[in-house]
Design a protein around this ligand. Structure first.
Ligand SMILES: Cc1cc2nc3c(=O)[nH]c(=O)nc-3n(C[C@H](O)[C@H](O)[C@H](O)COP(=O)(O)OP(=O)(O)OC[C@H]3O[C@@H](n4cnc5c(N)ncnc54)[C@H](O)[C@@H]3O)c2cc1C
Length: 288
């Protein structure tokens, strides 16, 4: 590792001031679960490391009337074990249980996970299916982007070098809404081969709104919009879910990689979209 300046920020202002000063010569350090490996492998070599792990203002889980606000430094384990999340947004707690190991969940943060933008990351698909937004702060102000628009390419996001991801805003489930995340990997702790998140809200049996997001099959998490259109406004039946699975298979062009061939992933997309829809449409969890 080359020599670099280490700054331990004590506040959000200190983070943004340093980002303004050093720009793309600086790198934020949160839980270090991904960044330290990249540093060791010399895949990144910043001049300045801004350690944000002690900034208490970025570690919180706060409920407002219709939204759950989560600070970017909140760890995976905090989400997994939070009683409110377990009851009212169980998709997030269930997803966390399937993410890496307890050791990594104890240190890895939500902000780090999203900004690392691993295409196989488990957090992004549920957030996109739930319609979450991300609040980015710089020395000159704040802006909010839809989680869906945050991911640009393999390990690339919409965040600017002078910005820190500060908060994640997750809409609470509507009264007759439900959301699930299911993933497939060789073993529990292995890289996600496919992860599908499904959000659905219904009027009795008719689908009022649906969002489907598939991770692990492309450079970024992908909304299956043709599959959603196949279900929206219709009675949710086995036939309609099979139709949605086929649409998703047609509309998504997976990449072949170490996890499997594109053709194998197409098969997985069709099957997992149906499974996620089946599981999501069973519920009608009570909103908060
Ligand atoms: C062995 C192993 C297995 C894993 N398995 C999985 C898995 O199955 N599924 C999964 O989803 N993840 C997995 N991860 C990733 C892990 O869950 C963490 O989410 C991830 O490492 C990033 O979190 P961190 O806080 O450690 O970020 P860091 O490593 O500190 O930072 C990661 C990147 O994000 C940037 N960054 C961090 N916080 C911010 C911020 N607030 N604003 C702007 N930029 C920021 C950093 O500059 C860096 O570029 C795994 C990691 C390891 C080491």
């Amino acid at each position: 590792m080359k020599d670099m300046r280490y700054i331990r920020a004590a506040s959000v202002t200190e983070i943004t001031d340093n980002l303004k000063k050093y720009g793309d010569k600086a790198k934020i350090l949160a839980g270090g679960q991904s960044l330290v490996t990249l540093l060791k492998q010399r895949l990144v070599s910043p001049n300045v490391l801004i350690d944000i792990s002690r900034v208490a203002d970025l570690n919180f889980i706060r409920k407002t009337k219709k939204t759950l606000k989560i600070g970017a430094l909140t760890t995976h384990r905090q989400i997994e074990t939070d009683p409110f999340i377990r009851e009212h947004l169980p998709i997030l707690a269930d997803m966390e249980k399937q993410l890496a190991s307890v050791q990594i969940r104890n240190l890895g943060t939500l902000g780090g996970n999203l900004c690392h933008a691993d295409p196989a990351g488990d957090l992004a698909p549920p957030l996109i299916a739930l319609g979450a937004k991300l609040k980015l702060i710089s020395a000159t102000g704040a802006r909010t982007v839809l989680a869906e628009n945050f991911f640009k390419d393999f390990f690339e996001t919409a965040i600017r070098p002078d910005e820190v991801l500060a908060e994640i805003h997750v809409p609470l489930l509507p009264y007759f809404g439900n959301a699930v995340y299911i993933k497939h990997s060789t073993r529990g702790v292995d890289t996600t081969i496919i992860g599908v998140a499904a959000f659905i809200s219904k009027d009795i049996d008719t689908c009022r709104e649906v969002r489907l997001c598939v991770g692990g099959v492309g450079s970024v998490p992908i909304r299956a919009k043709n599959a959603e259109a196949a279900i929206r406004g219709k009675a949710v039946s086995k036939k309609i879910m099979a139709e949605a699975g086929k649409k998703a298979r047609e509309e998504i062009s997976p990449v072949s990689d170490l996890q499997g061939s594109a053709e194998y992933k197409k098969e997985l997309i069709e099957v997992f979209i149906q499974r996620a829809l089946k599981a999501a449409s069973k519920g009608g969890r009570k909103g908060a």
